[in-house]
Design a protein around this ligand. Structure first.
Ligand code: GLN
Length: 190
């Protein structure tokens, strides 16, 4: 059984937990440095506000611990703000974990009219529904980063080894493809 730690400092973490429950994965929430003492096999960083999440990660003294674990190979999945937290370069923001070799642009679709819905293909899994909420997109990927989805030519999902990031919010649709893909990534590392 895989245990997923869900970063629960702010943002849309409950929605991820519901999907994990549906897929039969075990999970718990990370809210402070004490929670990091529990064993876990993977990490989900939810959507929300990347600036606030980055600030809390530093203030609660969990940023360095998580950065080391992810750098050491802990499977991680970041959605929207979570993708920004993972990125090495952030246009319009500040890097946090900075483990994934991608350049992201915050609020890439504009702040007010930035929410929309699309259907596009994801990895080798066919078309899936994608909900974007004041989303970033990936402007540039480094070597070893595989592009998994594009919408209107912009990169909205990518994977670098054990790290997965999406601009959109798969946790708020009923389609579980992306979470299943992530759990397969986790299983294949164990
Ligand atoms: N606009 C937010 C940010 O820059 C991300 C929005 C989201 O996670 N839905 O952090």
């Amino acid at each position: 059984m895989v245990t997923v730690a869900v970063l629960a400092l702010q943002g849309a973490f409950l929605e991820h937990e519901k999907v994990l429950s549906r897929l039969g994965a075990d999970f718990f929430e990370i809210r402070n440095s004490e929670d990091l003492k529990r064993p876990f096999d993977a990490l989900i960083i939810p959507g929300g506000e990347s600036t606030v999440m980055g600030k809390l990660l530093r203030e609660l003294d969990i940023l360095e611990d998580l950065r080391r674990r992810v750098a050491d190979g802990l499977p991680v999945f970041g959605t929207c703000a979570g993708m920004i937290v993972l990125a090495k370069d952030v246009e319009g923001g500040v890097p946090s974990l900075a483990t994934m070799d991608i350049t992201v642009r915050r609020n890439a679709y504009g702040r007010q009219l930035g929410s929309f819905y699309a259907t596009e293909s994801f990895a080798d899994r066919g078309e899936i529904p994608m909900t974007f909420i004041r989303a970033p997109y990936i402007e540039k990927v480094g070597g070893g980063v595989k592009i998994l989805s594009r919408v209107d030519g912009n990169i909205v999902a990518a994977r670098q080894g054990h790290m997965l990031a999406t601009s959109f919010h798969p946790e708020i649709t009923s389609d579980t493809t992306v979470h299943e893909y992530f759990l397969e990534m986790v299983a294949s590392r164990n």
